[in-house]
Design a protein around this ligand. Structure first.
Ligand code: SF4
Ligand code: SF4
Length: 410
């Protein structure tokens, strides 16, 4: 591996590699020694021989059917650090440095996992997107390396030729990981905004960066309320939208995010299936996390674009956004004729049809097909890019252009 640049230093970092969610390779003895201070979930059991195994993780999304083949050394298992490591001191040093597990000793400064974590947290600039907007195997490998830094990552499997892949919501674990990752990046990016940045326009109609930050803060506060409501079985009162100065908003977003990440780390499986009660109406925590994960990923992309940069949708973000896209259809606009669409990319296929006065997820005969790279297709559907700029293909040009009329979009 080439030497990292001088700017990449642990002195300028907040021990990101010690913070969840990351993957850890450990022997059973190491696991037993550290399981009380590290919140670890078993992913692959240790065996007395080296193996190549399919490691199943929701972050992979449907393209790889949720799994990767990896070389696991003899005597090691694979664990995921879920909420955090209690050995990390407030000054970001390790309090058990001499007896820390193997994976912590072998984690390399400047490795793909290290660089990805730093970019996600806003410590280093995110490389400009390539001209080719197709799914990038290297980006997917970096994503995996972020979660399993102890592994060398091989080639990413391609999607089966011509296969229609199943569109599914993220698992709760994957939604939690995505919310944590996007929230961390948004916190760092908002904190670094200048006064001039705050009034830059965004891709969201009528919102500058300040208004987008207020909207994001309202979302974090609302989610905290629902989580508390689900835990206490109390009724949450829906607050009015947050407004504040740049300093007030940045501070409120940071605090709400810290509270949210802390709540998500403690939420039990039982609570995930419970309803929070907001303004008298039930809202399941699991469903709320799906919507929040998609919302944060979309708005992180909006913010990066407003600041003159780019933030690509990782495969888990594509999955989250595609899964909630149907909920953004505007049922108040009747199409002038019976119509059906199929949105098709390398990561998802979404059939939509107008029938009996409403939109449904169902296949229909002779639909208008809109095809292209996952991110471009989503940016078009969400009103962030024109059909032409997104480089999409269709069998019916006019219907494809009309598609945006049926979406309200965040
Ligand atoms: S190795 Fe990388 S991620 Fe870990 S503390 Fe150092 S700079 Fe941060
Ligand atoms: S044991 Fe130490 S080095 Fe390892 S994750 Fe915890 S704080 Fe970091």
């Amino acid at each position: 591996m080439s030497e990292p640049s001088d700017d990449v230093s642990c002195d300028t970092c907040t021990a990101l590699c010690c913070r969840a969610p990351v993957g850890m390779t450990m022997t059973p003895d190491e696991y037993n020694m550290h399981r009380h201070t590290m919140d670890l979930a078993l992913v692959v059991k240790a065996k007395d021989y080296p193996r190549e195994v399919a490691v199943k993780m929701p972050i992979w999304g449907p393209k790889t059917n949720g799994s990767k083949r990896l070389n696991v050394p003899k005597g090691f298992g694979v664990y995921q650090l879920q909420s955090g490591c209690a050995n990390l001191a407030q000054d970001n040093t390790c309090t058990i440095y001499k007896t820390r597990p193997t994976c912590c000793r072998t984690f390399e400064l400047g490795s793909p996992a290290c660089l990805t974590l730093r970019q996600e947290a806003g410590l280093d600039p995110v490389p400009a997107p390539s001209e080719d907007v197709e799914a990038d195997p290297k980006a997917e490998a970096a994503l995996f390396a972020q979660h399993f830094p102890s592994f060398a990552v091989g080639e990413v499997a391609s999607a089966p030729q011509g296969a229609a892949l199943q569109l599914e919501p993220l698992s709760t674990e994957a939604a939690r990981a995505l919310i944590g990752r996007e929230s961390r990046w948004l916190t760092a990016t908002l904190a670094a905004c200048t006064e001039a940045d705050w009034s830059r326009p965004t891709r969201c109609t009528d919102w500058d960066v300040g208004a987008l930050a207020e909207h994001l803060t309202s979302g974090q506060l609302f989610t905290n309320q629902v989580l508390t409501s689900a835990r206490d079985q109390s009724s949450a009162v829906q607050q009015s939208d947050f407004t504040g100065t740049q300093n007030e908003t940045t501070e409120a977003f940071t605090q709400a995010t810290e509270a949210l990440v802390s709540q998500l780390g403690r939420v039990t499986h039982d609570e995930l299936t419970k309803d929070g009660i907001v303004a008298g109406a039930p809202l399941t925590v699991h469903e709320l996390l799906q919507v929040l994960a998609a919302d944060l990923a979309v708005h992180a992309s909006d913010l990066a674009s407003a600041l003159g940069g780019a933030r690509r949708f990782a495969p888990d973000a594509v999955q989250a956004i595609a899964a909630v896209l149907f909920d953004l259809l505007d049922t108040g606009i009747d199409p002038p004729k019976p119509i059906a669409y199929v949105l098709k990319s390398e990561l998802f296929e979404l059939p939509l049809a107008w029938r009996k006065g409403g939109w449904r997820i169902e296949a229909a005969r002779n639909p208008c097909r809109i095809e292209g790279a996952s991110e471009s297709l989503l940016l078009f559907a969400l009103g962030r890019q024109s059909f032409e700029a997104a480089g999409l293909l269709t069998n019916r040009e006019i219907d494809a252009h009309n598609f945006r009329r049926y979406f309200t979009g965040p």
